[in-house]
Ligand binder design. Structure first.
Ligand SMILES: Nc1ncnc2c1ncn2[C@@H]1O[C@H](COP(=O)(O)OP(=O)(O)O)[C@@H](O)[C@H]1O
Ligand SMILES: [Mg+2]
Length: 349
């Protein structure tokens, strides 16, 4: 085999998360972009699949997943022992295409860091803060960034009925109904409830508690949902602003993954001033939590009051061909192939 001196890019995908399937789709997009024309001459792409049990697989089996030619017979034989990462020591840059717990929350970033090789996206701290809605919002608070009023609570306290009276008071004082109840660490709207009454609130806590010990309750904002892409590390840039519209009461799991129930508008119909504010806030939000490389920052915009609220930073946003993040950059003049190359060059920074 000819040895090449191109940097080897390890595209890691799949993973032990409810977003396993989306991750495969994101990886297909990135793997294809890496093997496209100028990128093909520049990089050598290696797919690395993590199955739903958490086992890592070698390039041959991993490629079969991306090309939809999965061969179950070689499945067992092709596992790579994680303690023997030396099998992957030819990787020069890690490219995580993972969403949700284990992939987006700093866990795998810690592992990459320990290999001494650069990786695409945020490090351990930014990833962990971006994943935990309570930690993220408390950092935003300390930077006086605009966000929705919220309270955080603990599943055990709630179950022991310890703080119910004070929770009740806080809901009445700063949140009111309707409100959103969310597990602190999750994504794709899983475990989230919108409650219009105390009864629905108590039910919503039980739902969120199935997913996490830590729960966040937020005031519900009537507003447009806007999203902005961020790229870069020492110099951060933001993309044009996009908007999501959906036919459900709020942006649920169902409307997120059902093309008939939601659509994206890029760029969003906004006046320049509001768009600029959002683009600046997107970078400020990333800097606050130490997120860099790539991120998609989501906002609520209440037109009646002109108020912009930061909702969240996603440190590894969806990356399928139709996903918001690459589409925002395409509309900003950066084509998919260039975007992927830029992410790798930022990682090497
Ligand atoms: N405070 C809020 N006010 C209005 N809508 C909200 C609020 N919080 C969440 N939502 C709705 O729920 C969706 C998912 O919430 P989000 O916090 O973004 O969770 P996830 O990390 O699962 O995407 C949002 O896109 C929005 O439609
Ligand atoms: Mg969201």
């Amino acid at each position: 085999m000819l040895l090449s001196n191109k940097p080897v890019i390890g595209v890691v995908f799949g993973g032990k998360s409810s977003e396993h399937e989306v991750s495969i789709k994101s990886a297909k997009t990135i793997y294809e972009a890496l093997r496209h024309l100028s990128n093909k001459e520049r990089y050598l792409a290696r797919p690395i699949y993590i199955d739903k049990s958490g086992y890592w697989h070698d390039y041959v089996f991993s490629e079969s997943i991306l090309s939809d030619k999965k061969d179950h017979l070689i499945f067992e034989k092709r596992r790579v022992n994680l303690t023997n990462l030396s099998k992957m020591e030819d990787i020069d840059v890690w490219f995580p295409c993972l969403h949700g717990p284990n992939g987006e929350d700093g866990v795998i970033q810690g592992l990459f860091q320990s290999t001494g090789k650069p990786f695409v996206g945020s490090g351990v701290l930014g990833s962990a803060l971006g994943m935990d809605k309570i930690a993220m919002k408390s950092v935003f608070k300390s930077y006086s960034l605009p966000q929705v009023p919220y309270i955080s609570l603990n599943k055990a306290d709630f179950q022991n009925n310890l703080y119910m009276k004070s929770i009740d008071e806080k809901i009445n004082e700063i949140i009111s109904y309707p409100c959103f109840i969310k597990p602190a660490n999750l994504g794709s709207s899983v475990g989230i409830t919108k409650a219009y009454s105390k009864k629905e609130f108590i039910n919503g806590i039980a739902v969120a508690a199935e997913y996490d010990e830590r729960i966040i309750v937020e005031k519900s904002i009537e507003g447009r949902e806007l999203e902005c892409g961020v790229l870069g590390k020492s110099i951060m840039q933001s993309s044009v602003v996009g908007e999501v519209k959906f036919q459900t009461d709020w942006y649920t799991y169902e409307s997120k993954y059902n093309a008939h129930l939601s659509k994206t508008i890029i760029p969003a119909d906004l006046n320049v001033e509001v768009a600029n504010k959002i683009q600046n806030l997107a970078i400020e939000a990333c800097k606050a939590i130490n997120a860099y490389g790539l991120a998609r920052v989501d906002f609520f915009y209440q037109e009646s009051t002109q108020q912009i609220y930061i909702n969240e930073v996603n440190t590894l946003p969806g990356f399928t061909k139709t996903s918001m993040y690459p589409t925002l950059w395409e509309a900003s003049g950066l084509k998919l192939e260039k975007l992927v190359a830029s992410l790798i060059e930022t990682a090497k920074e």
